[in-house]
Ligand binder design. Sequence first.
Ligand code: SF4
Length: 81
Amino acid sequence: MRKDGIFIAVEVADEAAADVELARRLAEACPVDIFAQAAGDALEIVEGSLDECVLCRLCLDASPPGAVKVIKLYDDGAELA
Ligand code: SF4
């Protein structure tokens, strides 16, 4: 799944997005509430919050390598590493 803001896009691999425990960790980790748990505890990317991203990497640290990508649309699509 991927959602795009104006400056930031977030992409989550499908199998990671289906992981309820990972969804919980991401919802807890992100300081600006870009991740939430929707009905059935599925992961939701909150489109209206995307451009609040502070590039803190907490979502990357909370997930398996490559499962979550934070894409800097303002920087030619460079990925937060
Ligand atoms: S880098 Fe930080 S602010 Fe941005 S989506 Fe990840 S946890 Fe949220």
